[in-house]
Design a protein around this ligand. Structure first.
Ligand code: BES
Ligand code: MN
Ligand code: MN
Length: 467
């Protein structure tokens, strides 16, 4: 039997080459212009699963983009790991800020990735991290070391709200039956200090529309005499935070889980340099809710941010106009035990109530999801911890992340199993930004660590069930 690290070393170039081919397909789920590419990516993922040794793999139709399902059964008496990932990616915009084409992957070294990183949209989020699982399976099947059963569920709408996945899960409970869900779609602290994500924030995403007069008006003739929807919208948005950067929506904090001083002290032990953080972003100071640290603000506290705002004249030169309408996209990151449907309602009610006379305000909810926390006393977490310890030589730190994978809370509800988040990306990998990349070190370490998760999970599962 060949050990995983020598298998990875021997096949390294091929692993990188295969991922690069997958990254060439622009599977942007948000933009219908790419729909054929999204479908082609699903086919490519299915083929890769068959090649890696799945007994069976299929592209399952849904009302939206398909879900790639694959499985390899070793023995029905053994536990089953369900791997989730996504093959869709964020739009590459703004394209002019990329140093190489977003779908023309290149390998370059960086300060943080001296061994090189693959630059492309989706390199880290999530094609690269998803593909680690495919290659880990290849190794285990080839070397006859797969210790349990495995199922794959790779979706194509994660970046746009996972609507079809919800549809799929509700109809395929039996097919998706599992003992633990394993996901690599998050990050870790650094390559010398791995961490396991134990929490993700929930999300409520809304669009707001402010309507003033029935047409765009001459700003000289009407300015100062009728409400300008952009002036009004920006004032309304500004009022959503108070002087301490608390969110002013009534009831917003009512259900927020209060974290004990002990737990906060424990969390504060994770290595974090405010200086490096500022330098990496080229900002002179951080900003946020009074009474909380930067790490807390971006993990255990809820937030409200404008993601986009538009209206009026934004073309070349100047045009003197009072626009008829103004718009904004607003997202709220939520923490346990806020309910995203309730928060969306509270926001809608409040935002409509603060509209001054002279305008109409409409709040349109988009999508959302609940926050998620993984307890660290379950065998899935322990197996992951042992696996990282073996490959990195250091025990990983449990850490909550600020990002969201809203569908996870639904996994728990519908499939009744816990999710383990074994992420290998770094915060500096620029996911959703221009020049997204994924370290070769991280990619290969992921491939080496995953088989150990299977091994330890199966061992712990067996000793647990003998009790
Ligand atoms: N993989 C990310 C989420 C993530 C990244 C969590 C890094 C933790 C660390 C996922 O693809 C994502 O981008 N989720 C969206 C939500 C979705 C509904 C669009 C997010 O967090 O904005
Ligand atoms: Mn992702
Ligand atoms: Mn993403």
């Amino acid at each position: 039997m060949e050990d995983i690290s020598s298998y990875v070393q021997k096949n390294k170039e091929r692993f990188i080459g295969e991922l690069i081919e997958l990254l060439r397909i622009p599977s942007v789920s948000a933009d219908p212009a790419f729909s054929q590419d999204v479908l082609n990516t699903a086919e490519a993922v299915k083929e890769s699963l068959l090649q890696a040794g799945c007994d069976h793999a299929e592209v399952c139709d849904t009302p939206g983009y398909p879900i790639v399902y694959g499985e390899k059964t070793v023995d029905a008496a053994l536990p089953t790991v369900l791997v989730y990932g996504h093959y869709d990616v964020q739009p590459p915009d703004p394209v002019e800020l990329w140093e190489s084409g977003p779908f023309d992957p290149v390998v370059k070294t960086t300060e943080i990735h001296p061994e090189g990183a693959i630059f492309a949209r989706g390199a880290c989020d999530d094609k690269g991290q998803m593909y680690m699982h495919v290659k880990a399976l290849e190794y285990m099947v080839k070397n006859n070391t797969l210790p349990c059963n495995v199922k794959f569920m790779i979706e194509g709408e994660e970046e746009v709200g996972s609507e079809s996945l919800e549809w799929f899960i509700k109809r395929n409970q039996e097919k998706l039956k599992n003992d633990v869900i394993l996901i690599s779609d998050t990050g870790m602290i650094s390559n010398s200090q791995p961490s396991i994500t134990t929490g993700l924030r929930g999300l409520s995403y809304v669009e707001v529309e402010v309507t003033g007069p029935n047409r765009d008006l001459h700003s000289g003739l009407y300015g100062g005499a009728v409400a300008n929807p952009i002036n009004v919208l920006t004032k309304m948005i500004a009022s959503l935070h108070d002087e301490n950067n608390h969110i002013t929506v009534p009831g917003f904090y009512d259900k927020v889980e209060e974290i004990s001083a002990e737990e906060r002290a424990e969390m504060a032990k994770a290595p974090f340099s405010i200086e490096k953080y500022r330098n990496a972003l080229n900002i002179d100071e951080v900003y946020g809710e009074k009474g909380y640290t930067t790490s807390e603000r971006s993990s255990i506290r809820p937030t409200l941010d404008v993601n986009g705002i538009w209206g009026g004249y934004i073309g070349k030169g100047a045009k003197t106009v009072i626009p008829a309408k103004a718009y904004a996209k607003i997202s709220m990151r939520l923490v346990p035990d806020q309910d995203w449907v309730e928060i969306t309602e509270l926001f809608k009610k409040h935002f409509e109530s603060i509209a001054p006379q002279g305008v109409k305000v409409e709040v349109k909810p988009h999508h959302g999801g609940q926050a998620y926390v993984t307890p660290i006393d379950n065998i899935g977490y322990q197996a992951a911890s042992k696996a990282y310890n073996d490959t990195f030589g250091i025990i990983p730190i449990p850490q909550r992340s600020g990002g969201s994978i809203p569908i996870i809370s639904l996994f728990e509800k519908e499939l009744k199993s816990k999710t383990i988040l074994m992420g290998f990306g770094l915060d500096t990998d620029a996911i959703h930004s221009p020049n997204e990349h994924f370290g070769i070190f991280n990619y290969l370490k992921g491939i080496e660590t995953i088989p150990l998760f299977y091994k330890y999970f199966t061992e712990l599962y067996n000793s647990d069930s003998r009790l």
